[in-house]
Write a protein that binds this ligand. Structure first.
Ligand code: GLN
Length: 464
């Protein structure tokens, strides 16, 4: 058979997802900072952030189901894109009407300032973002897989390329939106960040709807992501025992992956507070905005993705490439290691002293090695193991683990030290940054070891 390379549709999906992730991560980079600048305490902001980033990944279950059953991937993406643009616009409105309510940097909120309207706008904006992402996220990933034949060797590489798109967007979003970081004196300034996110989301949707018919087709010319056929709709969904085993593997791995993202996603919350309050952000005399740190893992993904795929290939040649479940375990191990690194950096640190950027940068670097070993490989695994008529729903299930993680991440972030003693699970005292980071070392470490231990079993279940 002639060598054909990647279908052109991959690059349209790359660009669409890149713009969508620009908007998602651009908003996210300034979101907690916006909340604490005028509307909420740090603790409430952490919780809202956790619920938001949690629910955003729960709705893919609904979006995946509706796509498999009624709308197909293409239509779901357009609906999702428009809903998200509306959501970002409502955040823009929120920040347009917000009034300064905090008089000193770390001070309390002045109850006489009426910010009810901005809060209502913000909450409704979040609602549309949550709903929209549900229609968008699982469906774009499913289409990447559907561009290829089920057994196509190019799938892993396709998902790695796609994942680079995710992260080019995730790099640029915070860099651009971060320019418009406001503060407690000028919280309105954040509105421009939200407007950027809104415009880019809209552009992404328009581009996709104009180009989809031309490009989203397989090499054989079969359109991908259209409405399910009558036959697919009425299929009885009787699964063979092999299919059931494959689905079980997806569920088991998704369960472990919860611990990965719960630790990883501290990026937008406790690690942002850490960047804000305890990290010296001066580079050659210029003070880097806090939100820029959130671009670091994404930049590292773009830089390291080619290195990692070369590494897998090299290991493959000498017969040492780890299996997909083992790669997920390696990902967890890197997460644990990243926190160990920073825990060491902040040991015995005085709360009023700022540490060098080296520590946070090193943590993100190590985390990215883990992410590349886990995330694109996970998408490819789900795409490979899912029965075709349930492909988007299974993607939704995969993302559901991120939903649980993010809610957990927000809860865990409330343990971030603030001078008082807090308790994990009600009895483990957390008094210092060192204790706080060690929580993640242990959590991800245990998950890594357990998953590595059961990976031979999972490999057997995955066999055809
Ligand atoms: N960072 C990736 C993205 O935004 C992965 C998210 C996830 O699966 N939890 O697409």
């Amino acid at each position: 058979m002639a060598k054909q390379g990647h279908p052109r549709g991959l690059y349209l999906l790359f660009a669409t997802e890149m713009a969508e992730r620009f908007s998602y991560y651009g908003m996210r980079a300034v979101f907690t900072l916006y909340m604490v600048a005028a509307l909420f305490t740090m603790e409430s902001a952490s919780e809202i952030y956790g619920y938001y980033t949690g629910l955003v990944y729960l709705t893919p279950l609904l979006g995946g189901y509706i796509a498999d059953r009624y709308w197909g991937n293409r239509r779901s993406i357009i609906v999702g894109g428009l809903l998200m643009a509306l959501g970002q616009f409502l955040l823009f409105l929120s920040a347009s009407f917000v009034q300064p309510a905090i008089h000193e940097a770390e001070g309390a909120i002045d109850p006489s300032v009426d910010n009810r309207f901005p809060i209502v706008c913000m909450m409704s904006g979040l609602f549309f973002l949550i709903l929209g992402n549900g229609f968008f996220k699982p469906n774009i990933a499913t289409m990447v897989g559907s561009l290829y034949r089920p057994d196509d060797k190019l799938k892993d590489s396709a998902f790695t390329i796609f994942y680079m798109g995710v992260n080019v967007g995730a790099t640029l979003g915070p860099l651009v939106c971060g320019i418009f970081e406001g503060d407690y004196l000028n919280p309105t300034r954040f509105k421009w960040a939200f407007l950027c996110a809104c415009v880019v989301m809209l552009l992404s949707t328009i581009m996709f709807s104009l180009l989809k018919n031309k490009y989203i087709v397989t090499h054989e010319g079969v359109p991908v992501g259209t409405k399910p056929t009558h036959h697919e709709k009425v299929a009885k969904h009787q699964l063979s025992s092999k299919e059931k085993q494959h689905i079980a593997v997806i569920f088991i791995i998704a369960l472990f992956v919860i611990f990965f993202w719960a630790a990883y996603e501290q990026a937008g919350v406790s690690l942002t507070y850490f960047a804000d309050q305890q990290t010296d952000r001066h580079v050659f005399g210029w003070e880097m905005p806090t939100s820029y740190f959130q671009s670091f893992p994404a930049i590292f993904v773009v830089l390291l993705a080619p290195v990692m795929s070369m590494l897998w290939e090299l290991l493959g040649r000498i017969g040492l490439e780890p299996s997909s479940p083992m790669k997920q375990a390696i990902g967890l191990a890197f997460l644990s290691l990243g926190y160990l690194f920073i825990a060491f950096g902040v040991k015995d640190l005085d709360p009023n002293v700022k540490v060098s950027m080296f520590w946070l940068t090193g943590l993100y670097f190590i985390h990215t090695l883990g992410e590349l070993s886990l995330s694109p490989i996970g998408l490819s695994l789900v795409s490979r193991l899912s029965p075709k008529h349930l492909a988007s729903l299974m993607m939704g299930i995969w993302f559901m683990s991120t939903a649980v993680s993010n809610m957990l991440a927000g809860q865990l972030a409330t343990l971030y030290p603030d001078g008082t003693t807090k308790h994990l699970l009600g009895f483990i005292p957390i008094t210092s940054l060192h204790d706080f980071f060690m929580v993640f070392v242990v959590m991800a470490g245990i998950a890594a070891i357990a998953l590595a231990a059961i990976s031979p079993l999972l490999n057997r279940m995955m066999k055809e």
